[in-house]
Design a protein around this ligand. Structure first.
Ligand code: FAD
Length: 467
């Protein structure tokens, strides 16, 4: 009987742990994808990420055809759809790679129980990170709550090697498949003027190649310069598993061996970012309450303002703070925002507008192509000052000085806010003089940073005293 490989966030054929294991069973493999059936709006996803998913599935199907396979697409609730597929095809085993999110894990548990009842073999594999959350623990076997000791432990461990590509899957020709999904499936559309990176396994490998050949040596210097395009742009590829984390690490390690000492340092800076990704996944694994509550108990129940006009202006990129607006406009157009700008934009929402980080978290999830629940939650709680290893509440970044420091010539701001293209750079980094807008059609700053900074400090201090 055939074995089903259930594709989820592992949309590739190269070094895919579950797929490789299924192919080594020496029986036909049914590569399956179950399309979720929500429609209309969703708090945690949106058209840009779903578009990238659809493109990735197209590419996956083409790649599967090169190894005598074909993606069998079904809709509906995943467990029901997989069991129906097993019954139709006579498959007596379902393999999959484990999901790092609580929602995905809950589905896995339901699938495991249902398979047990029916005598179907059900096997989940670790695939999405270099190390599992259970592997990296303190000396007393506790999860880490702080990044630096976590990363020391993580960096010091041997890393798993990538596996290969399956030979022939021999997917049964008789099986029906729904068409590959498009945005119509969820009744959503890409906004006009949207420009999203090409998807698929090949595109992800091209980005990795460009990182190794052109970017990694200057990464440490340029990673905080949003206008420089100096980062890897691999986040959506890791999110959807278009490339395996083992392949990324192996290629970096190989490059390290032949690199000059300064380049080696830059490479290490990059690898430490990969450790942040796994740190936040470990936090989500050990402390799943972070999706609802502040990681730090001290900060639960902080008073936030009701979202009003300022929140709407923030969501449109019209706060009158150019660096904040440029970030949001980059996000709305590309589904991406530079990491430094994500921090500025998030801190502005929570510390200058006093809006609950959960609203920002959800807005980011709706627009980011790389929307990754663990990293996004970690980034938001870091910025709000409530998370694991977060910025302390009193360290409030000034959006004007951040802008001057990271975009001194205003190149990034001007790229995303054409209204400001003729404004001298130095005027972009402080409130406009005489209460005159910087340019026609560009709003005045919606708040005064020093006043709001003082308000945040008061709220946090009062909350601590009352707690
Ligand atoms: P690079 O600088 O090239 O980094 C390489 C890889 O390391 C990234 O692809 C990513 O997988 C990982 N990484 C880098 N920085 C971080 C970080 N701070 N936390 C976790 N992983 C990191 N990243 C996401 O992948 N998805 C998200 O939904 C997400 N939301 C965020 C929200 C906020 C408020 C903040 C402050 C950060 C968020 N990040 C998120 C982290 C970071 O901004 C992105 O990973 C990064 O900008 C992606 O661009 P890149 O691939 O060019 O990064």
């Amino acid at each position: 009987p055939p074995v089903i490989h259930w594709f989820r966030r592992d949309l590739r054929i190269l070094d895919n742990t579950g797929l490789l294991k299924a192919s080594r069973e020496r029986r036909p493999v049914i590569p399956a994808y179950i399309v979720s059936d929500w429609s209309g709006s969703h708090n945690w996803t949106g058209a840009k990420r779903q578009h990238f998913l659809c493109e990735s599935l197209k590419s996956l199907n083409r790649n599967l055809e090169t190894i005598d396979g074909r993606l069998i697409v079904r809709g509906g609730e995943a467990v029901d759809a997989l069991l129906t597929l097993a019954e139709e095809s006579g498959a007596n085993a379902i393999f999959f790679n484990r999901d790092p999110d609580p929602f995905g894990k809950a589905t896995e548990h339901r699938l495991q129980d249902a398979c047990k009842e029916r005598g179907i073999e059900c096997r989940g594999f670790h695939d999405h990170t270099l190390h599992t959350a259970e592997e990296i623990l303190t000396q007393s076997d506790q999860p880490y709550r702080v990044y630096t000791p976590y990363s020391k432990n993580w960096l010091g461990r041997d890393k798993p090697e990538p596996g290969g590509k399956p030979k022939a899957l021999r997917t049964p020709a008789s099986l029906d498949s729904d068409p590959l999904p498009s945005l119509d499936h969820w009744s959503i559309e890409l906004p006009e003027d949207c420009s999203i990176l090409p998807a698929g396994e090949r595109a992800a490998h091209d980005r990795l190649k460009r990182l190794i050949n052109e970017r990694v040596e200057s990464y440490a210097d340029l990673r905080d310069v949003p206008s420089a395009d100096g980062t890897s742009r691999l986040s959506q590829d890791l999110r959807f598993g278009l490339i395996s984390i083992r392949t990324v690490y192996q290629k970096l390690d190989k490059a390290r061996q032949s690199a000059a000492p300064s380049a080696r340092e830059s490479l290490q800076t990059y690898v430490k970012e990969l450790a942040w990704r796994e740190f936040y996944m470990a936090i989500l694994h050990h402390y799943p309450h972070v999706l609802e509550q502040e990681f730090m108990a001290d900060w639960r129940g902080l008073p936030w303002d009701e979202p009003g006009d300022d929140f709407e202006a923030w969501k449109r990129g019209e706060t009158g703070f150019p660096i904040v607006d440029a970030g949001i406009r980059e996000l709305l157009t590309t589904g991406f925002m530079h990491n430094r700008v994500r921090m500025i934009v998030a801190m502005f929402l929570t510390k200058d507008l006093h809006i609950d980080w959960r609203l920002g978290e959800s807005f980011f999830m709706q627009h980011l192509v790389d929307g990754e629940i663990a990293s996004n939650n970690g980034g938001w709680q870091w910025s709000a000052g409530t998370g694991a290893d977060a910025a302390p509440y009193f360290r409030i970044q000034n959006p004007w000085s951040q802008s001057k420091r990271h975009d001194p010539d205003g190149k990034y701001i001007k790229r995303w806010i054409p209204e400001l293209k003729d404004i001298p750079a130095k005027r972009l980094h402080s409130p406009p003089e005489g209460n005159e807008p910087l340019a026609k059609g560009y709003p005045l700053p919606c708040v005064d940073h020093s006043t709001e900074r003082a308000e945040t400090l008061t709220r946090f201090k009062r909350h601590r005293q009352q707690g």
